[in-house]
Ligand binder design. Structure first.
Ligand code: F6P
Length: 359
């Protein structure tokens, strides 16, 4: 077989490990693998296609980012095309992508991406493109898989940052508010907040009351803990309120969340009189070497994707269920976002540890 692989959406630690795994597993079957650069853009300009040999991918398991580059505003069904007056309009260029794919003689495309990329994959599948999915995202919001690679690394980065904030918060008797990524779900905030011994964790799934957040800070002061750590997911919102948007969606792009950390910090400072600082961890969470967990998951997903291609199971993606790699229809995975259940044991664990969700 002659297969293609691409990476789409925001990068996540572990993408290179999947690419390596696909190339090595396919090579052992005697197949050829080609990397499509910048999501689907490489299928518009075929100079952006690289032959991926085992030598090409030898040393990349531990390297963050993606050697293929990625695209956030690259949905071929709503592609931002420049007009004469310099503005952009969304154009459907999917037929061009399909005809170039066929002209190049590819038998399958392994698309590594988050929910946006998997949605694109599902649309291409309906138009006859033989696609296999590999789920990635630091947000861990893809259904049908227990974990996506990239999440563990992001959580480790956030936990390390929270650990560091503890010492400075304690030295100055301050409240430190740290905003973490996660889009519309609170997985990163929840896992890093509990592991980093936060006092308050605010997640989109549990709208918060700022008065209750301040009460937690005050209660801690009453027992001699004059500092507090508040972890805020970028998608967190107050009861009856909405998410805080940093930037509206550009043509072919997505809305950027951000700013809730600052709002929460300002309110805490004003309402409690405590000196409060905020920090936004931002893209640090997407960088760096993948953790062992993410490397292994990514390598397992890559091999599974090659096996799916061999079995002709197009329209499926690799997934982790408990300790096993399984395959699930892409359609099933994109049907619903995987969010934190407020009744889950992990939320209950946090509550039993005395962590407030501001509710
Ligand atoms: O989906 C991954 C993610 O890092 C989100 O957590 C975050 O909201 C978004 O991407 C940031 O996107 P960008 O790289 O376009 O700023």
């Amino acid at each position: 077989m002659k297969i293609a692989v691409n990476t789409g959406g925001g990068d996540a630690p572990g993408l290179n490990a999947v690419i390596r795994s696909v190339v090595l597993a396919a090579n052992r079957k005697g197949w050829e693998v080609y990397g499509i650069k910048y999501g689907y853009r490489g299928l518009l300009d075929t100079k952006q296609i690289v032959r991926l040999t085992p030598e090409y991918v030898w040393d990349i398991t531990n390297i963050g980012g993606t050697i293929l580059g990625t695209a956030i505003k690259g949905d071929p069904f709503n592609f931002p095309m420049a007009t004469i007056d310099g503005t952009y309009v969304e154009t459907d260029i999917s037929d061009t992508i399909i005809s170039n794919f066929k002209a190049l003689g590819f038998d399958a495309l392994i698309a590594i991406g988050g929910d946006g990329s998997l949605r694109i994959a599902s649309k291409f599948l309906k138009k006859g493109l033989p696609i296999i999915g590999v789920p990635k995202t630091i947000d861990n919001d893809i259904s049908s898989t227990d974990f996506t690679f990239g999440f563990d690394t992001a959580v480790n980065t956030a936990t390390e940052a929270i650990d560091k904030l503890h010492t400075t918060a304690k030295s100055h008797d301050r409240v430190m508010v740290v905003e973490v990524m996660g889009r519309y779900v609170g997985w990163i905030a929840l896992h890093s907040g509990i592991s980093g011994s936060a006092d308050v964790i605010l997640i989109p799934e549990i709208p918060f009351d700022i008065e209750k957040v301040c009460n937690k800070v005050r209660q801690r002061a009453l027992i001699g803990q004059d500092y507090s750590i508040v972890v805020v997911a970028e998608g967190a919102k107050p009861v009856g309120g909405d998410v805080t948007v940093l930037e509206q969606a550009p043509v072919g792009g997505e809305v950027r969340l951000g700013g809730i950390g600052r709002k929460v910090a300002d309110a805490i400072g004003r309402m409690t009189g405590k000196e409060t600082r905020h920090i936004v961890l931002g893209h640090l969470q997407r960088g760096g070497a993948p953790t062992t967990f993410d490397r292994l998951l990514a390598l397992r997903f890559g091999v599974a994707a090659v096996n799916l291609a061999e079995a002709g199971k197009f329209g499926y993606m690799a997934a982790l269920r408990s300790t096993e790699i399984v395959c699930v229809p892409i359609e099933e995975a994109i049907g619903q976002m995987k969010s934190v259940s407020p009744d889950s044991d992990i939320v209950q664990t946090a509550r039993s540890l005395g962590i407030s969700f501001g509710d």
